[in-house]
Design a protein around this ligand. Structure first.
Ligand code: A3P
Length: 319
């Protein structure tokens, strides 16, 4: 007899087979599947559909959303520290686990893992993460009072960060040259892309409903971390008291979650992710604004700048 879940697995496979497909430059053998205008990597497509169809949000949930390599690790560490008020080195779970193993991703982890704990049994507030475009989020997230925080980054820095990140998974097969990878990024045929449509989805949602979506930029966080950490804390419903501010709690959280501090923790230097092949160190490279200047050709830079100008023109968003 065919069970209901086997039946829906078959439906899912039929749906995925029917989607337009392209190659993903990140690794040979990876595909992208186009759904509602976005290209989802083969390792995330099943999870993203299950997440959309099955996840039931609670009003107290906090959802951290991002385009890959835009500051996800940082945002996870900051939000975890704010909600749990963990900033002392001695008794801080962030000294023992990667931020990614404290705040789990829906499509690459929760809806992929056979033995993920029952979501219902998790205590409030639950903090989750996703790379899903806003347009593909489950209705329950859009319709409940849960909070969505999005972090984005200059598209060129984000591309360069991903270009380096691909080397963290050892591959026997030849790699795409950067010129081809850049071209696919530029065409929008890219993991979770087009990247500009990903940013604009959350940007517009935040403009329409600022109580629902907090839109952050990596560059702003770098420039003024204290200000944005206070803003983030208020937004997720864990504001700092005057006394905490006087005691320097904001500064301590900022310092604990800084690139230099997190990168040099033993767990992030030599630890490994709980599932999958990645080392925790893969998430910490340079942590700088403007590293595109060291990696891209002048023509790529010119085209990329123009791309951002064109795509974001009139939106109020700029880099
Ligand atoms: P670079 O490759 O430019 O160094 P994500 O967390 O979304 O995967 O993005 C990873 C990028 O954020 C990497 O950028 C990484 O070095 C940087 N990063 C990680 N932790 C950070 C932190 N605490 N502060 C600032 N940048 C951080």
């Amino acid at each position: 007899a065919v069970t209901k879940s086997q039946e829906s697995e078959t439906d899912l496979e039929i749906l995925i087979q029917s989607l337009p497909k392209e190659k993903y430059w990140l690794r040979h053998g990876l595909d992208l599947h186009q759904i509602q205008g976005f290209w989802i990597p083969s390792f995330a497509i099943r999870g993203i559909i299950k997440f959309r169809n099955q996840f039931l949000a609670r009003d107290t949930d906090v959802i951290l959303a991002s385009f890959p390599k835009s500051g996800t690790t940082w945002l996870k560490a900051l939000t975890y520290s704010i909600v749990n008020r963990s900033y002392d080195s001695s008794d801080n779970p962030l000294t023992r686990f990667s931020p990614h193993d404290l705040v789990h991703n829906f499509e690459n982890f929760i809806f992929k893992s056979e033995n993920y704990p029952d979501l219902e049994s998790l205590p409030n507030p639950r903090i989750f993460a996703t790379h899903s475009p806003y347009q593909l989020l489950p209705e329950s997230i859009k319709n409940s009072k849960c909070k969505v925080v999005y972090v984005c980054r200059n598209l060129l820095d984000q591309f360069v960060s991903r270009w380096h990140f691909k080397d963290s998974v050892k591959s026997e097969t030849p790699q795409f040259p950067i010129s081809e990878a850049f071209e696919m990024f530029y065409q929008g045929i890219d993991g979770y892309g087009p990247s500009w449509a990903h940013l604009l989805g959350y940007w517009n949602a935040g403009m329409e409903n600022p109580q629902k979506v907090l839109f952050l930029k990596y560059e702003d966080l770098k420039e003024n971390p204290n200000f944005y950490v206070k803003k983030l804390a208020e937004f997720v419903g864990f504001p700092f008291s005057e006394e905490e501010e006087r005691e320097g709690v904001v500064e301590r959280i900022v310092k604990f979650c800084s690139f230099e501090n997190l990168k040099n923790l033993e767990v992030n230097k030599n630890g490994k992710r709980q599932i999958g092949p990645l080392k925790n160190s893969a998430y910490f490279r340079k942590g700088k604004v403007g590293d595109w200047a060291n990696c891209l050709t002048p023509s790529m830079v010119e085209r990329g700048m123009k791309l951002m100008e064109d795509k974001f023109s009139g939106s109020g968003l700029s880099f």
